[in-house]
Each structure stands twice: as structure tokens, then as C-alpha cells.
Design a protein around this ligand. Structure first.
Ligand code: DP6
Length: 330
């Protein structure tokens, strides 16, 4: 009753920021993301009848907050398997945790795939996406590779709030350059942040009202491989989400000075140097530059020279969460 799985983070181009149900993590709006390949979470899980509690080590260290969320998600799979056995979970990220690099997305996607295999459930991808969503809303998207769209759904039980693949990673090969400007954990997590925005931002209703049009336009741009359209739409949607964050009370200001410098540099690369590149920023200070693979080394070099950029990571688009051989356990 042991299995290992790997999942990669995904970066939303049309963002999820707001829940219609906080218990099931049901999003108010749909979203659209790309799954990375160079950044990953690897998780080994072993169910053991002699354990009295679940145990979790993240990057070799016990982590009570992550353990509580993982246990709640595992309960959903245990219930389906008709077992109450506790588990030992060993998980590792090859990138900074909880700093706006979507570690919860890859974390919960890897967890449900590993637990499904360890318990012999063989659930379908749609069901795994639904279960991962209950761990973290964005994790539903990391079950799939390439371009992924996530439905808001309408049902109260969330059965239709699942992700689905839109376009494979190889069908439109893009690259992502991540400028890491801080490796500190964010001061307000996404879940708490979006609830604050829902309750207090005067811009929140406009954010929700304009989401379906953004999603439809982004889906069209992806299907047509229209880089310029996707660039314009993604930057607009990102800055609109940050306007909602920043107009919340108290304000959610996830950026630092280097975050703004990176966004300005990326715009200059596109508008002055003609590079095919655009930015997006999540609930953290890191900047993700989405670009064509040939532009990636130039984008990485331009961001690396900015003061305050501690590290630059480059990735292509990758596959969805999958089981690994146990020899690749973290
Ligand atoms: C800004 O999925 O981390 O990255 O459902 O509460 O776990 P919870 O939130 P989470 O939120 C992601 C927010 C975002 C935008 C996005 O990925 O769509």
C-alpha cells in the first residue's frame, strides 16, 4: 500500500480568485492555466495499519499545517477505499514552497495520484481533479498537462467544478521563465486572501462579472495559437486580479519593488525589442514570464540582471500528474 507520484505546478493565465464554497473550494469563476515541466513535487505515500496518525515530511521536515490539509484530502480517498488506515507521506519540492510558485497545486495533485495508486482505487482523471480541488482549488488543474481549463461549475456538490485539458504541451510549445524575487512564505495565503477580497474589495463584483468573457477569449487565443491575443488578455487578467487584491481591506500587496521592475522589463522586451513574451504574477512576489522557447534565454538574462531578482528558473510546458516508479521516491 505504497506509491510515488509527481506533479508540476501550473500557472494561471486567467486566474481563480474567489470561492462560492470555502469547504469544497468551489471557484466563483473558471480559470485557464499552463502546466510546467521543470518544477515538480514528488510524493511517496505509504498506508500503514500500525500508525495512529498521518505523518508528513515536506523537504525532510515535519510540517503541521501541510499535514492537516493533506490529512483532510486523504480522508476523501480513504472513504472511497473503505479504510481508515493512516499514512506516512514524504514530499519534496525542487522549488521554493508557498512563495507564489503554486506548490499547493503540485502538492495536492501529486498527493491524490499517489494515494489513488497506493489504495488501488484507479479513479479517473476527472474524479482525481475534483479530489485535488478539495485540497487546493488550483491543484485540480495540475492533473493535466499543457493548456488546461477549469470550470466554475454550478452544482453544490462540486462534481462539475473540475479541470479538463485544452491543448497539449507539444501542440503549442511555450516556455516560462520565473523570476524569484523573494523566497519568503507569503504573508496571507490564497484561501484567506480571496475570502478577504470577496468580502471587502469594491472591485470584486466587476472581477467576477468580467471573468467569463476573459476565459472565452483566452480559450480562443489558445486554440488559435495567437500569442499577441493571449499576452494582452493574460496581463489584463493578472493586473485586474491584483487590483482586486490591492483594493481589499486590509490590502493584499504581494509585490515588492523587483516584482514591478520585472513586469516593466517584460513589457519593454515585448514592445521595444519585439520579443514574444508576457508576464503573470500570482499571490506572491515572483514574476512568471511566458514566452516562445527561442526568446527564453534572452528573457532569463534580462530578468537575472535586475536588482532584487535572486534566481531565475526556466521551464517548458509539461505533462499532468502521474505515478512514478518507487525508485524515484523523494
Ligand atoms: C492567485 O488554489 O492556492 O494562484 O483553493 O484556497 O488552495 P485554495 O487557493 P489556491 O489559489 C490560487 C490563486 C492564484 C490564481 C490561480 O492559480 O488561479
Amino acid at each position: 500500500m505504497a506509491a510515488t507520484a509527481q506533479a508540476q505546478p501550473n500557472i494561471a493565465l486567467v486566474k481563480y480568485w474567489g470561492k462560492r464554497d470555502t469547504r469544497l473550494n468551489l471557484p466563483v469563476t473558471g480559470s485557464l492555466s499552463i502546466t510546467l515541466d521543470a518544477l515538480w513535487t514528488r510524493t511517496r505515500i505509504e498506508f500503514d495499519a500500525s500508525l495512529r496518525h498521518d505523518e508528513l515530511r515536506l523537504n525532510g521536515k515535519e510540517d503541521p499545517a501541510t499535514l492537516a490539509r493533506a490529512s483532510a484530502c486523504l480522508d476523501l480517498l480513504r472513504r472511497r477505499a473503505g479504510t481508515t488506515q493512516r499514512a506516512r507521506i514524504d514530499t519534496r519540492n525542487n522549488f521554493p514552497t508557498a512563495a507564489g510558485l503554486a506548490s499547493s497545486a503540485s502538492g495536492f495533485a501529486a498527493l491524490v495520484v499517489a494515494a489513488d495508486a497506493a489504495l488501488g482505487l484507479t479513479l479517473d482523471r476527472r474524479t482525481l481533479s475534483m479530489l485535488a480541488r478539495q485540497g487546493s482549488g488550483s491543484a485540480a488543474r495540475s492533473l493535466f498537462g499543457g493548456f488546461v481549463s477549469m470550470a466554475a461549475g454550478q452544482r453544490d456538490d462540486g462534481a462539475d467544478a473540475v479541470a479538463q485539458p485544452l491543448l497539449g504541451a507539444a501542440a503549442w510549445p511555450l516556455a516560462v521563465v520565473v523570476a524569484v524575487t523573494s523566497d519568503r512564505r507569503k504573508h496571507v495565503g490564497s484561501g484567506a486572501g480571496m475570502e478577504r477580497s470577496r468580502r471587502t474589495s469594491p472591485f470584486y463584483p466587476a472581477w467576477v462579472d468580467s471573468a467569463a468573457a476573459d476565459l472565452a477569449a483566452a480559450q480562443r487565443a489558445v486554440q488559435a495559437r495567437d500569442f499577441a491575443a493571449l499576452a494582452e488578455l493574460s496581463e489584463h487578467n493578472c493586473l485586474k486580479m491584483h487590483a482586486v487584491m490591492q483594493s481589499s481591506r486590509p490590502p493584499l500587496l504581494y509585490w515588492n519593488g523587483a516584482t514591478v521592475d520585472c513586469m516593466q522589463r517584460i513589457r519593454a522586451l515585448r514592445e521595444d525589442a519585439g520579443e514574444q513574451v508576457f508576464f503573470t504574477v500570482d499571490a506572491g512576489a515572483q514574476v512568471k514570464a511566458v514566452c516562445t522557447p527561442d526568446a527564453a534565454p534572452r528573457v532569463a538574462a534580462a530578468l537575472a540582471e535586475l536588482p532584487g531578482v535572486a534566481q531565475v528558473l526556466s521551464s517548458r510546458l509539461g505533462e499532468g500528474a502521474r505515478r512514478l516508479d518507487d525508485s524515484e521516491a523523494p
